[in-house]
Design a protein around this ligand. Sequence first.
Ligand SMILES: Nc1ncnc2c1ncn2[C@@H]1O[C@H](COP(=O)(O)OP(=O)(O)OP(=O)(O)O)[C@@H](O)[C@H]1O
Ligand SMILES: [Mg+2]
Length: 387
Amino acid sequence: MLQLIANIAVAAVITSVVEVFLITNITAITSFLYQTGNNSSAVQRFAFGSTISVLLFVLLGIILFSFIFLMTQRKTARDIETIASAVQQISEGDLSTKLDVVGEGELTEIAENINRMEKDIQELIEKERNSEQSKTDLITNVAHDLRTPLTSIIGYLDLLRKNRNLSPEMQQKYLDIAYNKSERLQKLIEELFGFTKLSYGKVNLNIAKVDIVKLLAQLLEESYPNFVNNGLSYDYVSNTKSQIIDADGDLLARLFDNLINNAIKYGKEGKRVKVNLRADKEIVTIKIVNYGYVIPEKELPLIFDRFYRTDHSRTTQNGPGGTGLGLAIVKNITDMHHGVVSVSSDLSGTVFSVKLKIHFEEGIENFESRNIESRNEEQRKHPGRRG
Ligand SMILES: Nc1ncnc2c1ncn2[C@@H]1O[C@H](COP(=O)(O)OP(=O)(O)OP(=O)(O)O)[C@@H](O)[C@H]1O
Ligand SMILES: [Mg+2]
């Protein structure tokens, strides 16, 4: 529509300019001829603006306008044709089509949007392909990870079964190994199940009043042996003693467990982990900082993707094993709470920052018909943890 108006305007302006030019010049010439003694009827008509001359100018104007208008419309028609055939090509799956509609206006905008859309589709396909590849890698890794503990469980149980006269110490040792490996298996399987459930929206939020300051203190305390075993210590600083927020305590525990475990796993060289909580009017910000290994900048945007593990994690021999699901879970849970999680990593530390709303607005999607009353009751009985 805008294009049409623009074309009409262009034709009108050019026609007016040409007409004014012709009228002034022809009138000047005929007046001059008339004054110099040439008073033929044609000269007289033009010199004094007879009806015929006016009609002639009007006719000329109409012809000129129509001609210019059709010429400009032809370019528009050509552009529309180019766009239509490009859309046809795209719909047939050719995403390399590049639309080249120059100038300004609606059609150029449409062409630019189509080009952008193509780029987005290409990126989406690429992402999907990567995720497909990661899934295949995961299946291979999981199959491998499941087989390794299983082989030793079977091996040790077999030893116990066949050697009836093993010393009690040896029996205990083999049992312990088999037990630890079974626990590892259980953790792997739980993580996988947990993630698929989260991903496919099978988890309902159970919103309750959760004291986030206490929850973090409790999680850190529970991880204390893990810190010590890895030669680490932690500092926990909060700007308030208590901060109640609307959240699902179990899911938040899972979120921060993942971040704390990562900080321990990847920050061993750093000797300490810092946890900082800051409660503002509407938002609580939790920062978990570890030192040591710096995540390369190009990998930073990828680490929240499912199954993504940095090159360093994948290639380090005897490095910390993992499935690459932890941060995807973190992102999922933060999103469910309408929060934001971000990361930065440089020589001054790797910082995972989670921002959570203190209050939820009513009627937001993802919200189960919540039963805050009964969960509050529970919270009063077991304060601090798991709303
Ligand atoms: N605190 C951190 N410091 C340095 N690198 C980190 C940190 N947290 C995560 N990473 C990097 O990001 C990658 C993805 O982390 P994520 O928690 O998703 O998976 P994972 O720890 O490898 O496995 P999982 O958590 O499923 O057992 C890790 O492989 C690691 O390379
Ligand atoms: Mg992890």
